[in-house]
Ligand binder design. Sequence first.
Ligand code: NAD
Length: 248
Amino acid sequence: MDGSTLARLKDRIKNSKRVCAFTGAGISAESGIPTFRDAGGLWENYNVEDLVTPEAFERDPAVVWRWHIWLQGLAFNAQPNAAHKTLANMDSLFPEFLVITQNIDDLHERAGTRRMVKLHGDIMEILCLEDGHVCRVTSPMDSSNIGPDALPTCPKCGGAARPNVVWFGEMLPVEPLAEGSEFARRCDLLFIIGTSGAVSGGYGFAESAKRGGACIVEINPEESALTYLADISIRKPAAAAMPELFTP
Ligand code: NAD
């Protein structure tokens, strides 16, 4: 991005009242949580995307649980980076602000973001398959004894349970989706940070923001399926790019 584009963007930021940030796995990459593509290395006998489907859970719940608990450990030990912190500061800079995240880690919350919707659930939550109750674990679960006949259960009632995350092929939760869609439709400025758009391209936030006249800024070292909608593309890692936008 050249100096005049940066100046134009800073001016736009200053004059925006309703600002939205749509985030994906890439924003947490510099905190040490790999994106699904990068995570393949550690789980090289598996295609990660095959571990996050209802069919995989049906087929081999033990391996799906072990993968999710591995991710709990990564998320628990990770720290918010400069991009999460910049978004947390933006929370108090604009009259209206919303982070819409696809991430299942809690780095936005731990950085201090308050106004947020989570589209894909939370890796630290367990969903009871008997009554739909959700429990939160405060530290990573123990995966050492998990096997086909020894699966984690609901901490409250002991019933069958699963990670409370949205897997490929499942519906998004209705309320967060509606809140995110309504906000994005009428925002002045939308940041799209660290998402390939492979799945989220279908959610329509960027299209509706664009139709409503918002300026769209993409932050991603690589092109994505949403790049075609961006007015400005910043080809840098998020933790470097985000703070630069707010330095005087
Ligand atoms: P994705 O893996 O499809 O795409 C990641 C994107 O981030 C890529 O476009 C990549 O170029 C970009 N990227 C990589 N490093 C970056 C950086 N430092 N700064 C900015 N961008 C960077 O991720 P997605 O679009 O979020 O969708 C995949 C799914 O993965 C989501 O459902 C999400 O819940 C899940 N996921 C979440 C986490 C997490 O919670 N941290 C981690 C892995 C996967």
